[in-house]
Write a protein that binds this ligand. Sequence first.
Ligand code: NAP
Length: 450
Amino acid sequence: MPKYQVPSGGAKVGYQNGKLTVPDNPIIPFFPGDGTGLDLWKATKIVLDGAVEKAYKGKRKIAWMEVYAGLTALKNYDKDTVLPDETVAAFKEYRVGLKGPLTTPAGSFKFVCLDCAAELMDRPAKCPKCQSEWITPRFRSVNVGLRQKLDLYACVRPVRWFKGVPCPVKHPEKLDIVIFRENTEDIYAGIEFQQGTPENKKVYDFLTNEMKVKIPFPDSGIGIKPISKTGSQRLIRMAIAYALSHHKPSVTIVHKGNIQKFTEGAFRDWGYEVAKTEFRDRIVTEAELWDQHDGKMPAGKILIKDRIADQTFQQLLLRPDEYSVIATPNLNGDYLSDAAVAQVGGLGIGPGANIGDGVAIFEATHGTAPKYTNKDMVNPGSLILSGVMMLEHMGWQEAADLIVKGLEATIAAKTVTYDFERQMEGAKKLKCSEFGQAIVKNMDGTTVAA
Ligand code: NAP
């Protein structure tokens, strides 16, 4: 028997012929996450349940099923388990899930406090910073563990502006993109050999002696960047299918193929290949647009183009409305996602999902913001909008639309959490929970003061 409780009255989401089958009472596994996760989750649940109730009048209802990860796993399993196998299995079995942020240790310390993320060299009975007793040995990222174990190969981040959100550019409304970032490969996927170790020397000797590669200095850390045809094509396939089903005008393959021809350049070539072989009658490449269509897009088709990564940063700032869906390898996607979301007001409002074949987990894109833990203060926008993505993924568009309406109206009324309030003139500061309640009140689209 698993430690988590399966809610009675719920049914499993199914998957047939590449499509989800969603019952009216789907069981959705979730965990709130560490730090501010619980505050974020409470506000998000109010909003998601409120929208589903309003849209479907009781005909549909989510059966939430809490599973454990991070701090809640330590509390429910043994003192060193942060990602129980049962949790991974539950996300796999129930297919659609929602998660809050988790503490991810990064430095060279040995222990970490999961309440306040303090990094410790020994294991005291209580954290010297916050007095929590939930201290665990340093572990690999739970987020990465989930992605790898479930093969969630696409990190999907829609980036758009919500009217009234303070941001650094003049026309934030012109940016409306969805980034598909490859999640399993590339230099960022962690094949590295530390300088000064025997493993590093082995790789160095192999590269210099056998492969006759010139590495400028022998005291180099070495990273390996695999980018495969399989990994690239399944990501780009998902991006094109998304663009088609969501009536988006284009997919841009973003790469650094001018320098790294056999990884980044190959990513681009494999992208065009999958577009032309699997979506031939629904796409036009940029070259074909000019050679065959005189620069005019034929109706009902989407444009496939490619851009160099560094140029894309400029373009998203200078000509954002020329971009719609973006497909890119891991490291480019990491930089691009955060830069793009900063353009429209920051991580507090940027949603995300990690998606594989038949399994998807939706998540806030920021971290645990530990200094605000239990203060009912942080902005739940990112987790709420991740919930919107989840509802769309399930085909519950009416509920998703209600939330967007409610969020837009709440921000337009200048009733916002501290992070926006400190940048907006004349705004009223709401708690995290009050912001959630205001969104529910505002779902009919009229602006009601909270
Ligand atoms: P962070 O938790 O994202 O917080 C950095 C700052 O961003 C906060 O101090 C706050 O800024 C702002 N912020 C973050 N979330 C916010 C929200 N919901 N509303 C308003 N402002 C928000 O990054 P961190 O402090 O570097 O990381 C803390 C822990 O989270 C680490 O253990 C890290 O590894 C982990 N992490 C987890 C994930 C994940 O689970 N997906 C992602 C990133 C980081 P102000 O101080 O200016 O108010």
